[in-house]
Design a protein around this ligand. Structure first.
Ligand code: NAP
Length: 293
């Protein structure tokens, strides 16, 4: 098996991820493995794009003829100002995480929400049409996930957030395409009892704060799917308790991460992403980090 470096030459196609911070990103490991698996002469790097420099970085995509770029925190909203075209879903969500460069014309997409739904359905088999969903958190990730859940035909989406006004604002911004309401965290026990799916869209429970939990699991029904966007750790305290104490089906954020990258790969290359090797590459990277710790 070759490695990425040995394939680089004057025909190599370039890709990358723009973010701040960026050194924690698993995207280079995942996407370079994907290019290698399909035999593409391509390389994917991580670029630390500091505030105030995003416009120049986007101009660099055109000048250097990168084929595609992922955009992550904190640039997903600002980047929309510098693109030539924005896909309708990304425009509705209000954030872009994937850019495709067609001969200098830059188009922005959002693959977070569709990536989330694809992994949720594959891993849990949940039918969302006509069901109620509780989302905890109203930040950037919640926008894409909420949009994608609404497109699946959910009956109602409850959004509960620490800062209640943000939940109410997000609900208002989704009201043209979804039945949705904003709430405080105090409403969670009552709302959880009605929900077929509960999604943690907050960073609560993420490494290193692995003992934190976004809600008391005692109000979760056994027939509920508990889902977490956090993927480090792979099984958060929220998922562990929902599974072990309530018998709920659980869904980790790793699948969303893999599939948002898989959709980006498909937009850039026009071919199916090698999802199995992408997942293996990310898992191996986690295992290597755990062995070092
Ligand atoms: P964000 O825009 O910064 O939003 C953070 C959210 O978490 C807000 O709703 C915030 O509430 C809430 N929050 C933070 N600390 C909290 C606390 N101590 N108690 C209660 N609520 C708290 O972040 P984001 O981009 O949406 O990302 C959210 C999480 O999703 C992160 O863990 C990120 O790693 C994960 N994510 C995963 C994927 C994936 O592929 N699996 C993709 C995107 C994001 P306030 O509004 O009150 O501050």
């Amino acid at each position: 098996m070759g490695n990425t470096m040995s394939r680089l030459d004057s025909h190599t196609l370039f890709f990358g991820v723009f973010g701040d911070p960026i050194r924690q990103s698993k995207s280079p490991i995942m996407l370079n493995r994907a290019f290698e698996a399909v035999g593409m002469n391509a390389a994917y790097g991580a670029f630390h794009i500091k505030p105030g420099t995003l416009k120049d970085a986007i101009a660099g995509i055109r000048a250097l003829q990168f084929r595609g770029v992922n955009v992550t925190v904190p640039h997903k909203v600002e980047v929309m100002d510098y693109l030539d075209h924005i896909d309708e879903a990304a425009r509705t969500i209000g954030a872009v995480n994937t850019i495709v460069n067609d001969d200098g014309k830059l188009t922005g997409f959002n693959t977070d929400g569709i990536g989330y739904i694809r992994s949720l359905k594959e891993e849990t088999g949940i039918e969302l049409r006509g069901r109620k969903v509780l989302m905890i958190g109203a930040g950037g990730a919640a926008r894409g996930v909420g949009y994608a859940l609404a497109k699946e035909g959910t009956e109602h989406i409850y959004i509960a957030n620490r800062t209640t006004e943000k939940a109410v604002e997000l609900a208002a911004s989704m009201s043209s395409f979804a039945s949705v309401s904003g709430h405080s965290l105090d409403d969670i026990p009552a709302l959880a009892a009605e929900a077929a799916l509960i999604v943690n869209n907050t960073s609560v429970g993420m490494h290193p704060n692995v003992d934190d939990i976004p809600m008391d699991v005692s109000c979760i029904r056994p027939d509920t799917v508990a889902s977490d966007l956090v993927y480090n750790p792979l099984v958060t305290r929220f998922l562990r308790e929902a599974r072990d104490q309530r018998g709920a089906t659980v869904h980790s954020g790793l699948g969303m991460f893999i599939y948002q990258g898989a959709y980006a790969f498909e937009y850039w290359t026009g071919q199916p992403a090698p999802v199995t090797v992408m997942r293996e590459a990310v898992l191996a990277s986690f295992e290597a980090a755990a062995a070092k710790a």
